[in-house]
Design a protein around this ligand. Structure first.
Ligand SMILES: NC(=O)c1ccc[n+]([C@@H]2O[C@H](COP(=O)([O-])OP(=O)(O)OC[C@H]3O[C@@H](n4cnc5c(N)ncnc54)[C@H](O)[C@@H]3O)[C@@H](O)[C@H]2O)c1
Length: 349
């Protein structure tokens, strides 16, 4: 199945299904006719997986970077660019990012800046990668001041979400990835009662379709539509940042988003935007995916409030995506006293 990302200048397709990773080579031959070299960016852990069996019709090289978030550094970016230059990768050649969201973010950024921009294709292999990171053209690395603070918009020319790659994910990575799926399910207003009948490929499909539609409507986050994808992310980012500093293993991004979704439902109810049933329904969706619905670990409320008001997407006041009568919308200028109150109850619950 193919889902179009209908951008005006750089439209592309997301291909979903079992074994679709094998279509990347023919895409390059058919569509990137001037390409001579394929540079695959991946990590040793990804390269070891049984499904890492790419066979490119062109000269192909593998560039290994660190696994996970450690790939997303300026040093790593520099090494990749040096390697691309050493391999003689030209403006007509192509980078293929194979891995989780960290790898596709780095591969996308390298493609955005190397020779002022070359083509990138993604084969995302984690749930987060498939439903979120690889689609939409946001690329970045982290710096000491924060995650994703240095990056660029650079759309891929194609994305292949191969469900076979998901089979080797650890339970924790798979479940955490469902945090983004839960977000999409809730944004689409789908009832929790339909979850039990859906398959993993349907979850990916629903999420990719939503992301593709929103990205096509607001590529550069200018009309506010793309900001809807930050549902659950205001608190999610804050607890991710705080927990990352003390133990990188404490919380996965998707787990943080799940907690953020549960909190956003409660904040919306406290502000009179929705009734209790929205809180119950949100928890039911998160429970189905075995995701957390409470703030676990010890978080200082004042620190979280401070981090949330600094969130680069928050424009220096408290901004949340909240459910309301007409679905979810971005709500700015929220009184921090109310947020603190709901947060304190949420932690105690
Ligand atoms: N660009 C965007 O729009 C966007 C959106 C969401 C998230 N992100 C970024 O994505 C990153 C998170 O992505 P992630 O959750 O995929 O984490 P990740 O890329 O750090 O991968 C997590 C772990 O899963 C492993 N893994 C990935 N695929 C695997 C597979 N098929 N089998 C076995 N192991 C596998 C990786 O090796 C890694 O150890 C963050 O850096 C986040 O900022 C970007």
């Amino acid at each position: 199945m193919k889902i179009p990302v209908a951008l005006r200048d750089t439209p592309y397709e997301v291909t979903l299904g079992a074994g679709v990773r094998h279509e990347v080579s023919s895409f390059i031959v058919e569509h990137l006719t001037r390409a001579r070299v394929v540079a695959v960016i991946t990590s040793p852990a990804i390269r070891r997986q049984p499904w890492f069996d790419f066979n490119f019709a062109l000269e192909a090289h593998i560039i290994e970077v660190a696994d996970g978030e450690a790939a997303k550094t300026l040093t790593s970016l520099g090494r990749v660019c040096e390697e691309l230059a050493r391999l003689g990768v030209s403006r007509h050649d192509v980078i293929v990012g194979v891995g989780g969201g960290a790898i596709t973010d780095l591969a996308g950024f390298a493609a955005a800046v190397y020779l002022r921009g070359i083509t990138v294709l993604h084969v995302p292999t984690s749930v987060v990668g498939q439903v979120d990171a690889a689609i939409g053209g946001k690329t970045a690395v982290d710096i000491a001041a924060g995650k994703n603070l240095v990056g660029a918009f650079h759309q891929p020319a194609g994305v292949w979400c191969d469900e076979e790659t998901l089979s080797t994910l650890s339970d924790r990575e798979r479940i955490a990835g469902m945090g983004e799926v839960a977000k999409c399910w809730l944004l689409e207003g789908r009832p929790s009662t339909l979850l039990a009948r859906a398959t993993m490929s349907e979850f990916v499909e629903v999420s990719v379709a939503l992301k593709a539609r929103i990205v096509a409507a607001d590529e550069f986050e200018q009309t506010g539509q793309r900001a809807l994808l930050n549902y659950g992310h205001t608190l999610g980012h804050a607890i991710e940042l705080v927990s990352l500093a003390r133990d990188p293993d404490e919380l996965r991004h998707g787990e943080a988003v799940a907690i953020g979704l549960a909190f956003a439902a409660r904040l919306a109810r406290r502000m009179g935007r929705v009734r209790e049933d929205v809180v119950v329904e949100t928890d039911a969706v998160l429970d189905f995916f075995e995701l957390p619905t409470r703030l676990t670990g010890t978080f200082d409320t004042s620190v979280l409030l401070e981090v949330m008001s600094r969130d680069k997407k928050a424009h220096h006041d408290l901004t949340f995506v909240l459910a309301g009568q007409h679905g979810c919308e971005v709500v700015s200028g929220i009184n921090s006293v109310v947020v603190r109150e709901v947060l304190e109850q949420f932690q105690e619950a």
